[in-house]
Design a protein around this ligand. Structure first.
Ligand SMILES: [Zn+2]
Ligand SMILES: [Zn+2]
Length: 252
């Protein structure tokens, strides 16, 4: 399906570009690039904001571990990298990527994400990149898995193999629609299983890729399924980090 779409896009895009003036993907004003100058600057500001180098939570100072991460070890997922918080322009672009059929945004956003300092560090050290899968019925309705497209982009940029190592066994509610940590954990508990030979993951460093991180329950459920194959290490890279309390990180 995607191969066919990709071929159509590759064939049609140059012609469409010649015929139509480009518009900014966020504000729709005429633009030379995929974003106008103002929107590119706004996205850049989100991408440059300081965050904890372990859990990716916003912090006044970049890279230092936050109080929650200081001295903690033995977690299913070692470190998280993200492009920005799930707010403003990035929230809009992620929603377009997921729900408005704008799957080609995975290229621009994936490109930016691959160049994030922490993400690049994790990807350089990785043996493989694994996307968080959608349930097959949801993927069939949407026509694509945005996390797999992002993973493909960032794996390609860092020259790492993309491995579809997981299968999602059932439909789960959107984590953002659930308010408590317990409800989110229960929602995705046992939602993933390993696919393919477990042997290929033994002792490997894996980077999981998803679109939005809320409480981390989805990524932890995916990492738990990977843990059965005894990888050496699992990190996670996402586009945006949503405030699990739904308050845009205003009352941290
Ligand atoms: Zn704009
Ligand atoms: Zn932290």
């Amino acid at each position: 399906m995607l191969c066919v779409l990709g071929a159509i896009r590759a064939w049609a895009e140059p012609a469409v570009d010649l015929m139509l003036p480009r518009h900014c993907e966020h504000c729709q004003r005429p633009s030379v690039g995929w974003l106008c100058e103002d929107c590119a600057a706004a996205l850049d500001e989100l991408a440059r904001a300081a965050r904890c180098g372990t859990c990716a939570f916003p912090l006044p100072q970049a890279r230092v571990p936050c109080a929650r991460c200081l001295g903690r070890s033995g977690r299913l997922i070692g470190r998280f990298a993200r492009l920005g918080t799930h707010s403003g322009i990035l929230r809009d672009l992620v929603l377009r990527l997921k729900f408005a059929g704008r799957w080609t945004l995975s290229k621009e956003l994936g490109n930016m994400l691959a160049r994030d300092e922490v993400a690049a560090e994790l990807l350089q050290a990785a043996d493989m990149v694994v996307p968080v899968p959608l349930f097959w019925l949801r993927q069939m309705h949407r026509g694509y898995n945005q996390s797999a497209l992002l993973a493909e982009e960032i794996a390609g940029i860092h020259g790492k193999p993309l491995v579809h190592a997981l299968r999602r066994l059932r439909h789960t509610e959107a984590q953002s629609s659930l308010r408590s940590r317990t409800a989110r954990a229960r929602n995705v508990q046992g939602a993933f299983i390993l696919r393919g030979r477990a042997q290929q993951f033994v002792g490997k460093r894996i980077v999981l890729v998803d679109d939005v991180l809320t409480s981390g329950a989805t990524l932890r459920a995916a990492a738990r399924a990977l843990a059965e194959a005894h990888p050496a290490h699992v990190d996670a890279v996402v586009l945006s980090l949503a405030d699990p309390k739904g308050r845009d990180f205003t009352t941290m």
